[in-house]
Design a protein around this ligand. Structure first.
Ligand code: AOS
Ligand code: ZN
Ligand code: ZN
Ligand code: ZN
Length: 400
């Protein structure tokens, strides 16, 4: 990029009343958490392809995540999954993260892999299995206290495959009972983020099938329980940004699991398939960040932006870099929306004027802005290229 390109871009934005210094300040505070499971070998039910460069231990996963942060300046924390990242000392794991200059983010309990959970974990009709599941949740709260994690993210595979298989209302009660116990164990600064998904692995009914069920449960549990929106967990055509706006307005949006989907919970690279949706999600968030109600602004400030992806055929570290850059790009574009212009068009009831005011921001090429920002942050202008030619890439290539 030449200085001339940036100067031209800046001039154009200034003419629309957009101050790029303010935009850059906001961009510098964007933080996106990467998932430890995105760095290890994962796959589909058909095959897990071995990748020689994939991280093999929680320690290596943290190191890969650090490399992504070093190159992008965007990912100072990593979410972990228990027991996938089980280790003899979480104190040691925390210190390892700290020595790398990052931190351990959300703790994700795993309640879907043990034999006992075939017919449910916290909603299993067998009380002993519910006890085991709840104990695992409590274990994860304890781990979060050691790792210094604020959030415990909950996703349940619980559900049934056939009508009559389970007592739907009893299961609803068991879920609430278990989470209430976990809720009590959290320290005051901790949060429980409740994820929902409309299907899979259960196909007839899922105990937390949509945002409304997660929202209702969070409301019943208390202010430290919030909803987690995984962008891949909705039926085709669902207006995800509407859900986002609604939950922010209710002060119950805790965070995101970002990924792309085409047909199901595909967990592909975020922004790879429908970047406009991501842009529109950020439009809602940025719009709410200027709300007159301090509780709404506070909700926006605490949103956890997390990636939840599974890289089956693509190299993992490059995939993580691509993902966070895609998020950053759409965030940058959404920051170029002239909210005043949208508001005025809304007041005039000018349907297409309002639509254009939003869309035109998406149509800008923000490359000059991103490169200028990276220059200010002392980062390489193209993090992906920088990674490919790094000694780190060479080293992980020799792992397996
Ligand atoms: C599963 O569909 C959910 O998205 C979870 O967040 C899950 O824990 C994560 O995908 C890791 O498997
Ligand atoms: Zn998820
Ligand atoms: Zn997903
Ligand atoms: Zn998912």
């Amino acid at each position: 990029m030449t200085d001339k390109e940036y100067a031209l871009f800046e001039e154009r934005q200034q003419a629309r009343g957009i101050d790029l210094n303010t935009v850059k300040e906001k961009m510098k505070s964007l933080k996106i958490e990467t998932p430890s499971w995105g760095f290890g070998d994962s796959g589909t039910r058909f095959k897990v392809f071995k990748n020689r460069a994939a991280a093999r231990t929680p320690y290596e996963k943290l190191e890969d995540a650090t490399e992504v942060h070093r190159l992008t300046g965007l990912c100072p924390s990593v979410a972990i999954h228990i027991p996938w990242d089980k280790t003899d000392s979480y104190e040691k794991l925390r210190r390892h993260a700290e020595s790398l200059g990052i931190s351990i983010g959300a703790i994700n309990p795993n309640l879907f892999q043990d034999e006992e959970y075939m017919l449910g974990s916290v909603t299993n009709a067998n009380a002993a299995i519910r006890r085991k599941a709840t104990d695992h949740l409590l274990e994860c709260v304890d781990i979060a206290k050691i790792t210094g994690s604020r959030d415990v993210s909950l996703w349940f595979a619980d559900g049934t495959n056939y009508p009559g298989q389970g007592d739907i209302r009893a299961r609803k009660g068991w879920m609430q009972e278990s989470l209430a116990e976990m809720y009590k164990a959290m320290s005051p600064e901790m949060r429980m983020l409740i994820e929902y998904k409309f299907f899979e692995p259960a196909f007839y009914h899922t105990d937390l099938a949509d945002w409304g069920m997660a929202f209702n449960l969070a409301n019943k549990l208390g202010p430290q329980a919030e909803v987690l929106v995984d962008t891949g967990h909705h039926a085709q055509g669902t207006n995800v940004e509407h859900i986002v706006a609604y939950l922010i307005d209710e002060c119950r949006l805790g965070g995101f699991h970002f990924n792309s989907r085409k047909y199901a919970d595909d967990d592909l690279i975020v922004g790879a398939i429908n970047p406009y949706e991501l842009f529109l999600i950020f439009y809602q968030i940025i719009d709410a960040s200027a709300d007159a109600n301090p509780a709404i602004r506070d909700t926006v400030n605490k949103i956890a932006y997390m990636i939840d992806q599974s890289h089956n055929i693509e190299p993992k570290i490059e995939a993580a870099i691509r993902s966070v850059l895609n998020v950053q790009t759409q965030y940058a574009k959404a920051l170029l929306i002239d909210l005043e212009e949208v508001r005025e068009a809304q007041e005039r009831q000018d349907v297409l004027g309002a639509e254009a005011a939003v869309r035109k921001a998406f149509e800008f090429d923000v490359a000059p802005l991103l490169e200028s920002l990276r220059e200010e942050q002392g980062l390489a202008p193209n993090p992906m290229e920088a990674y490919k030619s790094s000694s780190y890439a060479k080293r992980v290539g020799e792992r397996g």
